[in-house]
Design a protein around this ligand. Structure first.
Ligand SMILES: C[S@@+](CC[C@H](N)C(=O)[O-])C[C@H]1O[C@@H](n2cnc3c(N)ncnc32)[C@H](O)[C@@H]1O
Length: 242
């Protein structure tokens, strides 16, 4: 099936509703995230590399906020056959499409897709946990507790890969990075109207933290090694090793 182009915010709207991961978004999500997040493809490749190195035999690997399963596929293709991949999303539109995408993948490792709120997920016998642009949608004051539970569910030597949009404390830097991100989106073919309407829709839904906050949270959760492994404009990925 040809990929559908993201036109969700292309026409003028009288009121712009809050952004939701509904059917309309799920239908075009691959195009939307690829044209909106600089470095998205690179992070997917990193997930494969990290899975190859850190997935342990007979353990669970988690993809939290799996959307269509792009990260899940990277995990499945790079983990031992004895591993079990668990992909979770609380959007039924996403979980449904992820299930169908996974059914067409014939990697050896088993896989299950859960329609669930990750704040309720139990993490057990985990070696790799991926949060690829998902934590930013969780209530800010619930983020630390969630990371703590992930840390508890990881085996020694296990890892978390956390990718997020980030913000900057310094106002000038924040403005510059926001402008450059919008330039990036224009370069990908989005109009000024699309960029403005999407920005209005997502403003209070996606709440970014600074890089310092992410590093401090991962350390507070217990991770002894915490490193930034990707950074492009206002998007960063962090690796935490238990
Ligand atoms: C930006 S997308 C993630 C992209 C995906 N990880 C990838 O690699 O392509 C965020 C996803 O997180 C899901 N999500 C947001 N809050 C959630 C929650 N509390 N529990 C489960 N999933 C959640 C959304 O439905 C959405 O599919």
């Amino acid at each position: 099936m040809p990929e559908k182009k993201d036109n969700v915010y292309a026409s003028p709207m009288t009121t712009v509703g809050a952004f939701r991961f509904d059917e309309n978004v799920a239908d075009v999500f691959k195009d939307m995230i690829e044209r909106s997040v600089p470095g998205y493809g690179l992070v997917l490749q990193l997930i494969g590399l990290l899975a190859e190195r850190y997935a342990q035999e007979n353990t669970n690997v988690y993809d939290l906020g799996c959307s269509l399963g792009a990260s899940t596929l990277q995990l499945r293709r790079h983990i031992p056959a004895s591993c079990h991949a668990i992909a979770i999303d609380n959007s039924s539109a996403m979980a449904e499409r992820c299930r169908s995408n996974m059914s067409r993948d014939h990697s050896a490792a088993t896989c299950e897709i859960l329609e669930q709120d990750i704040r309720e997920t139990e993490f057990t016998n985990a070696s790799v946990i991926v949060l690829n642009f998902t934590l930013q949608f969780i209530d800010d004051n619930e983020r630390q507790a969630l990371l703590n539970r992930m840390y508890e569910g990881l085996n020694d030597g296990g890892i978390i890969l956390l990718a997020e949009k980030v913000r900057f404390e310094d106002e000038d830097k924040q403005t510059l990075m926001t402008d450059l991100h919008h330039d990036f989106k224009k370069l990908q073919g989005y109009s000024d109207l699309e960029i403005a309407q999407k920005r209005a829709a997502i403003e209070n839904v996606l709440v970014p933290n600074t890089e310092d906050v992410h590093v401090a949270r991962l350390k507070a959760a217990g991770f002894t090694t915490v490193m930034r492994c990707m950074h492009c404009l206002n998007f960063s990925a962090f690796l935490g090793i238990k």
